[in-house]
Ligand binder design. Structure first.
Ligand code: KIV
Ligand code: ZN
Length: 514
């Protein structure tokens, strides 16, 4: 009989660690609802000890979503307690604790003598910490996952000892992460096979894999590990994650499905929900899916050359190994416009995977009517982008009351900004090399601060003259970076909104690890 592969989605934890992908609590909740529809087995909802916002997001997801909810914790009591407090109301809670196990990580994180003088002594300390953290987590929760961070570069003998110890202490899932995306598929598969031989109690836990994509091998490594006996795979939507990202959920699921002749495994994923989930994550994180991305990229099912088109018309299978509808890519002819009412908007958003209460619907309807005044036809991607706009940005400290920009071929670009800060409204104007820099300069004047623009990109979301423009921005002040994203049919306004979102990030409690 075919074996089930458990899909552990870490979009909201490792995925959110992607540079620039900060999500609000409501956005996380909305993504978690969509992941539940997609039918993932485990959602890693966050790293609760790292900030009050992380804690709150995990707690709200745990209170509402009925799949296993995992919370991440370092091998420290304070982390494990925070993780438990955030998920204790979940139907199916899991504490996920981890220790660094490669010599690189041990020397980097436990270099001081307090953890032992030699590497051998330090390894002993980490072994004990791993045991104690799993045992402590187990005192709260039956379902405990242990990860050996940087297992990909960890000595196999020591890794086997650590894993055996974690299982002895009560771990029910043991994760072997290729944290740095260093291993080759055959090497990683051999490591899993070797652990199955060496670890005496391995049959008491599920082996999990968690691969990063630094060499572009995260999916290949994950599949190779499944073939060696791993039965849980950790992945993210669109493959987002630290640095080059994590293994992509949609690629793993579809590889197992399309090549079931080779893999005698199955997942419980509702593949038809893949596309909507991908678009929702992209919309909320502002992380654009590259057009040639497998499964969910805009070109994944596009056939350009005449020979390919001809072949496709005669027989689809000539060039297609899966049909777009299987992953929820449907050619929609439905467009909304000025005359579409609230009901039509709500129905379309629900079809795209969003659940809105009346208050949220009021806000998005307001944005939608403003957009449809400027733009005759509103497409699905416009709606997704609106959903990723300020709809879900709650508790803003800075509010843009008004903005005026003046430019001309022979005039110096000038911007005037009226900003509400608490109860006060401050107005300033400034000039710049162009309208966008004039706007940014006006913000700086109001706040009497200087920001470094670390990253600034503008793109159009849909095609056509009145396309929505999206601005992505990263600013830096006092050594800390903040991300913002704004959309509008006017790119200067989109840029101002992005600046404002970044400013509001600055006012939110930042992640502080103790
Ligand atoms: O990449 C990694 O090792 C991790 C662990 C915390 C599981 O994300
Ligand atoms: Zn990771």
């Amino acid at each position: 009989m075919a074996d089930k592969i458990y899909i552990f989605d870490t979009t909201l934890r490792d995925g959110e660690q992607s540079p620039g992908a900060a999500l609000s609590i409501l956005e996380k909740l909305e993504i978690a609802r969509q992941l539940e529809k997609l039918n993932v087995d485990i959602i890693e909802a966050g790293f609760p000890v790292s900030s009050p916002a992380q804690f709150e997001a995990v707690k709200r997801i745990a209170g509402e979503i009925n799949v296993v909810i995992a919370a991440l914790a370092r091998a420290k009591e304070i982390d494990i307690k925070a993780a438990w407090d955030s998920i204790c109301n979940a139907e199916k809670p899991r504490i996920h604790t981890f220790s660094s196990t490669s010599d690189y990580h041990i020397m980097g994180k436990f270099g001081s003598d307090q953890y032992g003088r030699s590497i051998q002594e330090k390894r002993e300390t980490v072994l004990k910490m791993s045991h104690d953290s799993v045992a402590y987590a187990k005192s709260f929760c039956d379902d405990v996952e242990f990860s050996a961070e940087d297992a990909g570069r960890t000595d196999i003998g020591y890794l086997a000892d650590i894993i055996e110890t974690a299982i002895d202490a009560g771990a029910t899932t043991v994760n072997i992460p290729d944290t740095t995306g260093y291993t080759m598929p055959f090497e990683y598969a051999a490591k899993i096979a070797e652990l199955r031989k060496r670890v005496k109690n391995i049959d008491k836990a599920i082996i999990s894999v968690h691969c990063h994509n630094d060499l572009g091998l995260a999916v290949a490594n994950s599949l190779a590990a499944l073939d060696s006996g791993a039965r849980q795979v950790e992945c993210t939507i669109n493959g987002i994650g630290e640095r080059a990202g994590n293994a992509s959920l949609e690629e793993i699921v579809m590889a197992l499905k399309v090549r079931k002749d080779l893999f005698d495994y199955f997942t419980d994923i509702n593949a038809k929900d893949i596309y909507n989930t991908s678009r929702m994550v992209s919309g909320f994180t502002g992380m654009i899916v590259q057009p040639n991305k497998a499964i969910v990229g805009a070109n994944a099912f596009a056939h350009e050359s005449g020979i390919h088109q001809d072949g496709m018309l005669k027989n689809r299978e000539t060039y297609e190994i899966m049909i777009p509808e299987e992953v929820g890519v449907v050619k929609t002819t439905m467009v909304l416009g000025r005359h579409s009412g609230r009901h039509g908007l709500k129905a379309r958003l629900e079809e795209l995977g969003y659940t809105l209460d009346n208050k949220e619907l009021d806000r998005i309807y307001d944005l939608f009517t403003k957009l449809s005044d400027k733009k005759k036809e509103v497409f699905d991607d416009d709606l997704r982008t609106l959903m990723g706009d300020q709809v879900f940005k709650e508790d803003n400290y800075y509010i843009l009351e008004d903005m005026q920009v003046h430019l001309g071929t022979n005039a110096i670009p000038t911007a005037a900004i009226k900003l509400k800060i608490g109860d006060e409204v401050i107005q300033e104007s400034a000039t710049g090399d162009g309208p966008v820099s004039a706007v940014f300069n006006a913000f700086e004047r109001i706040l009497n601060m200087e920001f470094m623009i670390e990253n600034y990109q503008v793109r159009s979301v849909t095609s056509g003259r009145e396309a929505l423009g999206e601005a992505l921005l990263r600013i830096k002040a006092d050594g800390q970076s903040y991300n913002g994203r704004g959309v509008s049919t006017d790119v200067v306004e989109a840029s101002a909104k992005a600046f404002l979102v970044a400013l509001n990030q600055m006012k939110k409690p930042q992640a502080v690890l103790v």
